[in-house]
Design a protein around this ligand. Sequence first.
Ligand code: UDP
Ligand code: MG
Length: 327
Amino acid sequence: MDKERILTIVVPCYNEEEVLPETTKELGEILTSLINDGTVDRESKILFVDDGSRDKTWELITKFGHEKSYVTGIKFSRNYGHQNALLAGMEIAVKYSDMIITIDADLQDDVNAISKMVAEYYKGKDVVYGVRNSRETDTVFKRRTALAFYGLMKKLGVDMVPDSADYRLLSKRAVENLLRFTEQNLFLRGMVPLIGFSHSKVYYARKERFAGESKYPLKKMIKFALDGITSFSVVPIKMIMGLGMVIVLVGVAMFIYTIVQKIMGNVISGWTSLMTSIWVLGGVQLICISVIGEYIGKIFTEVKHRPRYTIETETYSDKFNKSKINS
Ligand code: UDP
Ligand code: MG
């Protein structure tokens, strides 16, 4: 280890007043011990990203920021979502940091894995994934759906690290390269493997949420999964083509069948098959159109190049500039 490096821990928060005091305490303890044993630089910080919370989250972040020099924050002007909050945190932090760890605010991810991640960084890794080795604390439903989702993504050809969420360490150059992805529909756990570099994994047990309830209701979870699929894979469009071909074959068979029936003089029937084909085909067409629509929707949001977030207040850079002036 030649020289200590600056670490920033980025924590997205949306209505997290219930967990924030404990999160600040636990992350603070880890960070100070890393600073004190000389593993990371004294300028290392925790950066909370308040994703437009409606509760006391920002008041708490400011309060802790006054008490502890290492606590900093970004406040979004409204709720932009977890992925945008992570990205904003990394974009601000990368200016001063050599490595960035992202972790959820609810302490579900074991904070003790942080020092293991940092150790991997010093071994020369640019990307260190936090991988949960058990999902016992998740509900059966969440476990099943997550398993099905990772399986599906693999089938669709998306390279993802199974059971890794957004708890990971990225080196400065990894973040800089991640920021070159300009897409609006963010799906970071699919994007990170695309940047390459040497990587490793750190295993941990996922716990229950410390307090409060999940900020990812089923609706948000489904949207997130769909985003992941349609942002990373065109397999659904290709599947439509296969489906279309099968339907054409069925159509040809039906045609031959009706001709044969006509020749044999059995022409009274027809209503059933007609109704069936109208409804089946109508349904198939609707499904196909909706899949294409999903992609057109993506193109629509991408070409607008809207900003991915808006920052209202930010204390991170201030603390660095201040300490530069003091020293
Ligand atoms: N979060 C966020 N914006 C949102 C929803 C969630 O910043 O719109 C944060 C939330 O505060 C937490 C993290 O994203 O730190 C993960 O959310 P949560 O723990 O509720 O999801 P779960 O673990 O239930 O999937
Ligand atoms: Mg959680």
